[in-house]
Design a protein around this ligand. Sequence first.
Ligand code: CA
Ligand code: CA
Length: 100
Amino acid sequence: FLSRYDAVAVLRVATSDYVRQNAVYFAYQQLGKPYDWGWWTKQVYGDSYYCSELVWAAYIAAGGPDIDANPGWTWTYLNGVAPQEVYDDDDTYVIYYHSV
Ligand SMILES: [Ca+2]
Ligand SMILES: [Ca+2]
């Protein structure tokens, strides 16, 4: 997975601590669910999640911002939410960045 990328970034969502705590709570509730290979779609309430989908869903479920920079369909990401889209979104900001 990591070998496909030449940089790593840690992001924070621009929202309240209350929303952050609810997002963490939502994510904990999803523990044990299988990995979702359907990267071309996204669901807030689903039976499985891929990594960026889980983060995105947690903030939606918590009443926070939509951290998908392209909420609708695009040629590159279809209807999914890719790590790059979370990075690109205006509601997230970089707190750590390292190029390898
Ligand atoms: Ca947004
Ligand atoms: Ca998207």
